[in-house]
Design a binder for this molecule. Structure first.
Ligand code: HPA
Length: 234
């Protein structure tokens, strides 16, 4: 079987998928953490890998950037490949000084002004929740491993170069700890298709203090988040 964007055979995709945005990060995760992994998709260079993490089968599939790209891949994985759980692992630009670079955020709700849910599901819900069981499991593993995890909402923006959003209002009125660009599509697809999804984010920049990480630092600093996500699926 194949979809317009995924060439994998159904049996080549695991029931649990981790989704970084970047295909190179998917490759890095497969090479560093998986045993017996194989490449299961190469369409558009969105290389995906299926292998074993501590004996558990998992697929690492990149989402690409933004709501439309995440929307396509997570929809096809849930609907046509019978995927049950997706954990997005990405980065966020923090909306508060209380978050330091490299801190981890577990998303409870995603807020967006996007029309994604309206167009696809005729839904006017601009706030959509992550799966609570998945979040409880991730919190449990974080506690066990003494990993500091912030929990809260995020603003799923459609524009990285966003100059008009009111950060103070997003933080104070919507409890958005930061900006990212994909969780809104993922959570809506999971909700509509009766699947489970959540999102863990590493703070890559702070939009208040203007601190930033380099792409090299980001590449090296994501291990705590990756290990937290992988250990949560066991
Ligand atoms: N905006 C949107 N997405 C992001 C950001 C940001 O500032 N930083 C990391 N992902």
């Amino acid at each position: 079987m194949a979809t317009p964007h995924i060439e994998s055979k159904k049996e080549d995709i695991a029931k649990i998928v981790l989704m970084p945005g970047d295909p190179l990060r998917a490759e890095m995760i497969a090479k560093n953490y998986l045993e017996d992994y194989r490449i299961v998709n190469q369409v558009r260079g969105m290389n995906a890998y299926t292998g074993l993490y501590k004996g558990k089968e998992v697929t690492i599939f990149p989402s690409g950037m933004g709501i439309p790209s995440m929307g396509i891949y997570s929809y096809e994985l849930f609907k046509f490949y019978d995927v049950e759980k997706i954990i997005r692992i990405g980065t966020t630009g923090a909306y508060t000084e209380e978050l330091d670079l490299f801190d981890l955020v577990l998303v409870e709700n995603s807020y967006s002004k996007s029309n994604y849910a309206l167009d696809l599901y005729n839904s006017n819900d601009h706030v959509i929740a992550a799966d609570q069981n998945l979040n409880a499991q991730i919190k449990k593993i974080a506690d066990k491993n003494k990993i500091k995890l912030h929990t809260g909402n995020v603003y799923s923006t459609e524009t990285f170069y966003d100059s008009h959003s009111n950060i103070k209002e997003l933080y104070h009125d919507y409890n958005c700890l930061g900006a990212e660009m994909e969780s809104y599509a993922l959570f809506h697809n999971a909700s509509f298709l009766n699947k489970e999804a959540t999102c863990i984010l590493t703070v890559s920049d702070n939009l208040i203090t203007k601190e930033e990480t380099t792409s090299e630092q980001r590449q090296n600093s994501l291990h705590q988040m990756i290990e937290l996500a992988l250990n949560s699926i066991l």
